[in-house]
Design a protein around this ligand. Structure first.
Ligand code: 13P
Length: 249
């Protein structure tokens, strides 16, 4: 009932020359069952939109400001990202939380701003290694979820991405039991807060060192509806087998 979602986060990687990868991906995955989303740097969105028009690949941004316009040098508003071709925006990625001091309250304000422009928000949550080791993972995730998601979340306007900070770009992946524990917990928390209908419609992605070699087992894990992929989304040859594994799950 939930359409699977393979989302690629290019982070601060990619110039015009890399759009060939997007073109190759759109060609290779034209019959994919899963929804495919690529979030390139905002500088590439307009050109990426031209390239992916009428294809199976949709586009997202990696952040937006909570305000619609104003004196915020260097920031981008949801309305601008939408105009450039984004249907979705990643919010509260751990790199934004760490590098830019984004609190869950800021993430919630950005989510509201994204919804106002009909952008789907991919809201990211995840514990640090210290938090995992001291046994506070579910507490941390629960607090982030409660404070990052405003009232009004639905399965259409929101996707949750569980990305353990220690698994991002490290080649380390939690055990399947650890992933299942967090994803089952997220579904239960969403049910308590928003009701079963909304909770059951919302996609829960896993992110952190997803590769062609581990994708199938991750996608077979309880309450995993797809992935948010960093490094392995940069090349069509790496991302395509991940999408195929999702289609087959
Ligand atoms: P990697 O897939 O490179 O570990 O990155 C995950 C991530 O942070 C996606 O948002």
């Amino acid at each position: 009932m939930r359409q699977k979602l393979a989302a690629g986060n290019w982070k601060m990687n990619g110039t015009g020359a890399d759009l060939v990868e997007l073109k190759a991906l759109a060609k290779a995955q034209s019959t994919a069952k899963s929804e495919i989303l690529i979030c390139p740097p905002a500088t590439l969105l307009s050109r990426a939109a031209e390239l992916t028009r009428d294809s199976a690949v949709s586009l997202g941004a990696q952040d937006c400001h909570a305000a619609n316009s104003g004196a915020h040098t260097g920031d981008l508003a949801a309305v601008m990202l939408k105009e450039a071709g984004a249907s979705t925006v990643i919010l509260g990625h751990s790199e934004r939380r760490a590098d830019h001091g984004e609190t869950s309250a800021i993430v919630a304000a950005k989510t509201t701003a994204a919804w106002a422009e009909q952008l789907t928000a991919i809201v990211c949550l995840g514990e640090t290694l210290a938090e995992r080791e001291d046994g506070s993972t579910l507490k941390v995730i629960g607090n982030q979820l409660a404070a990052s998601l405003p009232k009004g979340a639905t399965g259409e306007n929101t996707v949750i991405a569980y990305e353990p900070v220690w698994a991002i770009g490290t080649g380390k992946v939690p055990s399947l039991a650890q992933i299942a524990e967090v994803h089952d917990f997220l579904r239960a928390e969403l049910t308590t807060r928003f009701g079963a209908e909304v909770a059951n419609a919302m996609r829960l992605l896993y992110g952190g060192s997803v590769k062609p070699g581990n994708a199938a087992e991750i996608f077979a894990t309880s309450n995993v509806d797809g992935a948010l992929v960093g490094g392995a989304s940069l090349k069509s040859a790496d991302f395509s087998p991940i999408i195929q594994a999702l289609d087959a799950s």
